[in-house]
Design a protein around this ligand. Sequence first.
Ligand code: SF4
Length: 371
Amino acid sequence: MKYVDEFRDAALGRVLAGEIIAAVEPGRHVKIMEVCGGHTHSIYKYGVDDLLPENVELVHGPGCPVCVIPMGRVDDGIAIARHEGVILTCFGDMMRVPGSTGTLLEAKAAGADVRMVYSPLDALRIAKANPDREVVFFAIGFETTAPSTALTLKRARAEDVANFSCFCNHVTIVPPLRALLDSPDLRLDGFIGPGHVCTVVGARPLEFICADYAKPVVVSGFEPVDILQSVQMILHQLREGRSEVENQYKRVVPYEGNGRALEIMAEVFALRPHFEWRGLGFISHSGLKLSDAYADLDAERRFDVPGVRVADPKACQCGEVLKGVIKPYECKVFGSACTPERPIGTCMVSSEGACAAYYNYGRFARERVVV
Ligand code: SF4
């Protein structure tokens, strides 16, 4: 299969692993953050971590869209779902994210009409099929998924679907990265850039990491060879004293991004002054709401929502995991009180969460096996 098989080539992976060992400076411990949860899952699924030398450490970042939704927003979603006549639609893993009084799945079991969809267009279809009901789409995700929500809202407007609205929880990638880089408890040497987000925004918005913090960034694809090559490229930059944004994922990511997608987002969304992230607190200008032009399709204006901030459970260390400060297995409840079946935090729920990656692929391998 073109563009997949060649990026899973084991022999090429071993060559790159050898080049990584040769590129890392002796005596130096290098910490590289992969921002995106999709990378974290590839790393553990394919055993990329085991091919790296002891002194090259991968830590996981805040790029999982489900993981960052705070309890208060889940509670708001449940409150909307409980309104008379509402059908609340959302992606599957969002249904299992814990709020303070339970999950959307539990709300569904208790009688609320909560339905899983694969895309916002599915939600719009449900609205057209149920003109006597109010259909709300619980939108989540970074710039990767925001354009599809924007396009759906434009279509709802064009087709005059009056019973459709959006509970907008889209977030943007740059503000949390800046917050991480400003945080004193994390020392990072470089970043594996989020390939999916960059298909929309391009690689250019990550240039601040090099300009303001002098760290190398390599935007990466999601196959094991992509990730190994990105690590090798970061190590070469470090060795040569460079800090630049390089694009390993050129086959998909245009450096300047997708102009049409950015245009649609700018029309439909506006920045919120603040948005709360689970475990990370409030981050300025990090969340999107519907723009004034689309205010009539905003579920937060159409329905009463509590809008209350709810603290994470005491045992939950998702914030530290999302900042790369601890590894998932260092959380006290990992694999005991918190499992994919009964999650306490979000990182165990999401198909992109770091705790789910460790639980599914590496829970017995806490010591690195060096090959
Ligand atoms: S084990 Fe559970 S509570 Fe701990 S960080 Fe992971 S998801 Fe959060």
